[in-house]
Design a protein around this ligand. Structure first.
Ligand code: 0A1
Ligand code: ZN
Length: 897
């Protein structure tokens, strides 16, 4: 593997096929940190072992923005000819036998605003080393396949109560000069990206638990003192995650101590450093005042995700960054399974699956259809930080899920444990995982491996024919995969397609394939591995309706022509709760498309709001709303109006103003026509008593909010009063935030009043103020003088907006750009101007965050021409800047060329 960038910005592309194993191992590294804000000294003593099969005696270390004060080789001061600096590397020559190397560096955590390496969050020290942050602390073979044992000594000012690193605390106390020290030892060899250090004024909530293997473990969650008392939920989530991994996979916590630290300054959600997970505060802190039902669910998932990495990521890590999905896809899948198991009921599990698939469609499908499309195991990159994508994570998780669909839960567990057994303590590849799965299940998965190398969302077109006389149903599937210029034509994938067949009574038919003696269940998984394939089902006595891709058995698009009646039938009857929602989703999108067509036939001033919503649709909607056999959470998930980005994603040409007009009109019509039923549900979904974030109450709240939303769009005065009261009398943030969102989105007269109240009430709590900022990204055009762009810009000067803090940037600017509405996609290009300024100014201090902002315009080609022209210009303008970071450059050049 080659290095990718250096400070001067000369870049190269890193290719997966260039992988070469390192020539030297690092057996151990002893690090001493002398923590000083502007001038921290780090001393490393490492034992370097040359490998027998090495190609060179040169020992290669990486560096980024660090300066070296000395280098000792074999206990002696180095001499000039013994080493050389080459771009971003330090090369030490002639290491042909085990050698002790000592290096001292100087770094400046105070000015490190990239939040990669060692940085300061207020007065606390935090590290972030994935993917290549360790080289910003110390010269090191900073690559995931170099695993070393770490011992860490921290020297810090006296008032720093928490001095933390990975592994076990060996010693702590006071130094002669009055400062504090601590010594940590991590018994497990690890790659440098899993190293962590935290020092500062933190307090811990702690609990000791007994593990399944009889050992005891100390669990700690560290926060700044002002956040004390907001970690109960996270602690319970951690314990649940530990128990789940014990039960489902027999995997135990392997350390005496497991710590979580919360910080407000963090680029991502959280990080799985061995034994010392570091979290963005928004993914860990929760109580009824600062977290919504959604936040509680997310916190439980993220805590579990990071904990699960302890085995899938830390104990078995990745050989190189192309294998990122090996740990991330697998861990997202584990997290999804955990979350579903915590929910318990089939209906609640279905809600989770529907949400996950919606997320995939809204975020990963556009990525796979756009200029950043890459396989879950990318083949090249310029900046690895740009490849923490929904493809690697969420599509990667779908690929892992397919193993389970193919082999069942037991087979999957067998394969996973085999993988862990084989590769424990080493750095593995995606192929290693596949091999462990196939060998422990006695199958050949060579075709399945194509999922790792082919990008693009496969399309599966479905046709079926019922022969009334023969009583057979012939099903034909055809797959097509996206081809990429300059690459070999895509090959057919192995796609597990789970199907059911409903008879005209709405019940599942027992499925018997031609040639079989007996039927075998009502849901079957077909192994679809050719371009085109046909199956014949027998004993189909009544006109059948196909339920295709049950549970979303593969990350593909199923192209199937259903009539509206068939969709309504499936939405009422499909025994597969996921597909039942799919049917209603298709029906809604069909209705929206029809509505758009009708609207497009009208001129600008021709009664554009006099188009009816189909009666059949309204009937189905109302039936589902009234169906008490379905949980409120499930009904809410089905009936909530699709997000504008979700609608846009399924259209060929994206026209934000049109999507908005249609969405608003349809919501208004549903709110008017179904008023009585919606009002009835608002009343029935009350959740009296103390707030509990459990799925049942959360479901009721969700359905109540969905109904209030439709009523608000219909200007229903009673609902407006209820929304106001909901904000004022709520005993929880979920209700309060819903009241705010609805009033802002429906431009209710009470919107500004509620926003003002929230601003006062929430001002001391950064997590709440971030939500307050995000609410503004939902503001609608009004006849006021200031545009929403101007308001968003003005908010960057608000007292609660910290311009260098990623959460603030995501909450305000990113949320506004991503909202996809016509307030951003303005015909005068002012939205894009704000985007240009934000990308460029953020890039000055935090390229990772700037690159995320930059990605918002990458699918510019899909927009209506007047907008895409301006987007193109904005991208060109950014690209004309010579000082761009490699991160942003990669995104912009991909988008343009
Ligand atoms: N590995 C973490 C996510 C993460 C990735 C990169 C980071 O910095 C560039 C930080 C965190 C996870 O999957 O949770
Ligand atoms: Zn992860």
């Amino acid at each position: 593997m080659t290095a990718n960038t250096n400070k001067a910005g000369t870049e190269s592309i890193v290719h997966c096929e260039d992988y070469a194993a390192p020539d030297h191992n690092v057996e151990s590294i002893h690090l001493t940190f002398d923590l000083v804000p502007n001038q921290t000294t780090v001393t490393a003593r490492m034992i370097v072992i040359p490998k027998d099969d090495r190609k060179s005696d040169d020992f290669v270390l990486y560096r980024d923005d660090v300066s070296m004060t000395y280098l000792k080789i074999g206990g002696k001061d180095s001499l000039p000819g013994q080493y050389a600096f080459v771009a971003d590397k330090l090369i030490i020559h002639d290491i042909s036998e085990p050698t002790e190397i000592e290096i001292q560096t100087r770094i400046n955590p105070r000015t490190n605003l990239q939040l990669s390496g060692l940085y300061m969050s207020r007065n606390n020290y935090i590290t972030q080393c994935e993917a290549e942050g360790f080289r910003r602390i110390m010269y090191f073979p900073d690559r995931p396949d170099v695993l070393a044992k770490y011992r860490v000594v921290i020297h810090a000012p006296k008032d720093y109560k928490a001095l933390l690193s990975n592994g076990n605390l060996m010693e702590q106390g006071e130094l002669l000069d009055g400062r504090n020290y601590a010594i940590w030892d991590d018994p497990f060899p690890k790659p440098s990206y899993l190293f962590a250090l935290v020092a500062g004024n933190f307090v811990a909530q702690e609990e000791t638990i007994k593990l399944a293997n009889g050992k005891e473990a100390l669990l700690q969650i560290w926060t700044e003192p002002s956040n004390q008392g907001k970690t109960d939920f996270a602690m319970q989530s951690l314990i649940k995650a530990i128990r789940w991994d014990e039960e489902r996979f027999g995997l135990n916590l392997d350390l005496d101590r497991f710590m979580i630290v919360a910080t407000d300054d963090f680029n991502m959600g959280a990080m799985e450093n061995k034994g010392l997970n570091i979290f963005n505060s928004k993914c860990v802190l929760a109580d009824s005042r600062i977290a919504t039902d959604e936040d509680f669910a997310r916190i439980e998932s993220v805590i579990a995700h990071e904990y699960f990495h302890n085995w899938t990521g830390d104990r078995v890590t990745c050989r190189d960054w192309f294998q990122l999905s090996l740990k991330e896809g697998l861990t997202v899948f584990r997290e999804q399974e955990f979350a579903a198991d915590m929910l318990g009921t089939p209906s609640a599990r279905a809600v989770k699956r529907i949400q996950d698939v919606r997320y995939l469609r809204t975020n990963q499908f556009p990525e796979d259809a756009g200029p950043m499309a890459h396989p879950i195991r990318p083949e090249s990159y310029r900046q690895i930080d740009n490849f923490y994508t929904t493809t690697v994570y969420e599509k990667g998780a779908e690929v892992v899920r397919m193993y389970q669909t193919l082999f069942g839960k037991e087979g999957f567990r067998r394969g996973l444990l085999e993988y862990i057994n084989r590769f424990d303590g080493t750095a593995a590849t995606c192929s290693d995982f596949l091999t462990a799965m196939e060998e422990s299940n006695g199958e050949d998965l060579s075709q399945f491996e194509l999922w790792y190398s082919q990008a693009g969302t496969p399309r599966v077109s479905v046709s079926s024919k019922w022969d009334e006389n023969e009583k057979t149903l012939t099903l034909t599937l055809h797959q097509s995969n996206r081809s990429f210029p300059g690459r070999a034509a895509p090959k057919p994938l192995l796609i597990p397609v789970s199907i059911g067949i409903l008879g005209d009574d709405g019940k599942d038919i027992e499925l018997q394939l031609q040639g079989e003696d007996n039927p075998d269940g009502t849901t079957r998984t077909l192994l679809f591995d050719q371009q085109e394939q046909t199956w014949v089902f027998e004993n189909i006595n009544s006109r059948p309706i196909l339920s295709i891709g049950r549970g979303y058995s593969a990350p593909v698009i199923f192209d199937i022509e259903y009539t509206k009646d068939q969709l309504a039938f499936l939405a009422r009857n499909d025994s597969d709760l996921f597909n039942r929602a799919e049917a209603f989703d298709r029906l809604t999108l069909l209705m929206i498309d029809q509505y758009i067509l009708d609207l497009q036939k009208k001129g600008p001033n021709q009664g554009r709001d006099h188009i009816p919503v189909s009666e059949a649709y309204l009937f189905t909607f109302e039936d589902i709303l009234n169906d008490e056999s379905l949980s409120p959470a499930y009904r809410a998930e089905l009936l909530k109006f699709p997000d504008e980005n979700y609608i846009a994603e399924h259209r060929i040409l994206i026209e934000p103003a049109l999507v908005r007009e249609v969405s608003d009109q349809i919501r208004k019509k549903i709110g008017t026509r179904l008023r009585a039923t919606l009002e009835d549900k608002v009343q029935k979904m009350a959740t009296p008593g103390a707030y509990r974030p459990n799925p049942i109450d959360a479901g009721k709240r969700a359905l109540k909010h969905v109904c209030l939303g439709y009523l608000a769009f219909a200007d229903n005065p009673k609902a407006i009063q209820q929304i106001r009261a909901l904000y004022k009398t709520a005993n929880n943030l979920t209700d309060q935030l819903a009241a705010l969102k609805i009033s802002v989105e429906a431009s209710l007269p009470i919107a500004q009043e509620l926003l003002n109240m929230a601003e006062i009430e929430w001002q001391r709590e950064p997590l709440l103020m971030n939500k307050w900022l995000t609410l503004h990204s939902r503001l609608r055009h009004s006849r006021e003088q200031r545009t929403v762009v101007e308001k968003i810009h003005a908010l960057t000067l608000h007292g609660s907006y910290q311009p260098k803090n990623p959460n603030c940037i995501y909450s305000l600017l990113y949320a506004f750009f991503r909202s996809g509405g016509p307030e951003f996609h303005r015909p005068d290009g002012m939205g894009y101007q704000l985007w240009v300024n934000s990308v460029l100014s953020t890039d000055q201090f935090n390229p990772q965050v700037a690159a995320r902002l930059a990605r918002v315009l990458e699918n510019w080609r899909r927009y209506e021409p007047s907008l895409s022209r301006m987007m193109y210009k904005a991208l060109r303008f950014v690209n004309s800047h010579r000082e761009l970071s490699p991160d942003v450059r990669e995104i912009i050049e991909n988008a343009l060329y």
